[in-house]
Design a binder for this molecule. Structure first.
Ligand code: FE2
Length: 245
């Protein structure tokens, strides 16, 4: 399996703080059947827009090289690819234009985009349109955990129509975020709003790097082949920068 959204690099955001923790997450992911992880630290270390705390592409790449060496030394069969979780803001779009934002696998084709927690800014469709015009498909991270989409899931249709893709968090299906999120998540999946599943792991604890349990639940909703595609063939196209349709 491929995990497209995972905070696994140490001391770069609110994910693990030490290599020991990152390696423990890597072991857990491999045990679950994950073979590739897109490391997706928040674009800004403390999450809010702060240009002094920007996770530059070079810093992400350097961490990944170090991590890959450690994984090989520990004989952990896991490949780490670069990425980031980019907050939806005009500043992010400017940074993207300056090539200072890590798109998925640095392919400049897909970008993990995080909405502000409590709102859908009026500029959102325009920002999605601008990204598409640059050849970048926005992947909206965990819409099922967003206050407004949770209340009005049909609002996702507008963004799907704009060509955005939707990534659900595995734990949303398995109850990590409560019954209501689990219920709405299932509905979103059945309606066909969701194209991929990822862990959005931050540690081996509360949000761990595991997908298999959620994939098996997905299987009951949409069939095993379609469920598996959300963690295999679809993310594979994304890391290769291939077209989705
Ligand atoms: Fe995340």
């Amino acid at each position: 399996m491929i995990d497209l959204h995972c905070h696994i690099l140490p001391d770069i955001d609110d994910g693990p703080q030490t290599w020991k923790e990152s390696l423990a997450m890597a072991r857990m992911a491999v045990k679950d059947g994950i073979r590739v992880i897109v490391a997706s630290p928040h674009l800004f270390r403390r999450r809010m827009v702060d240009l002094n705390a920007l996770n530059e592409k070079a810093a992400i790449s350097a961490r990944i090289s170090q991590f890959q060496e450690k994984l090989e030394a520990e004989q952990i069969p896991l490949e780490i690819l670069p990425g980031c979780e980019c907050p939806l803001s005009l500043e992010s779009i400017e940074l993207l234009a300056e090539d200072r934002v890590m798109t998925i696998n640095d392919g400049k084709r897909y970008l993990l985009l995080e909405m502000p927690e409590l709102s859908i800014p009026p500029a959102t469709p325009d920002i999605c349109f601008q990204l598409q015009a640059k050849g970048i498909t926005p992947i909206i991270s965990h819409p099922e955990r967003h206050m407004i989409f949770l209340e009005r899931p049909e609002k996702l249709l507008r963004f799907l129509d704009l060509g955005c893709l939707m990534q659900m968090t595995a734990g949303s299906l398995t109850g990590t975020f409560g019954r209501r999120v689990a219920k709405v998540s299932k509905m979103m999946v059945k309606k066909g709003y969701i194209q991929m599943l990822a862990s959005d792991a931050h540690s081996t604890g509360g949000r761990p790097p595991v997908l298999s349990q959620a994939v098996s639940q997905l299987g009951h909703l949409i069939g095993n082949n379609a469920a598996l595609a959300m963690v295999t063939t679809i993310p594979e196209k994304i890391i290769k920068g291939a077209s989705m349709f």
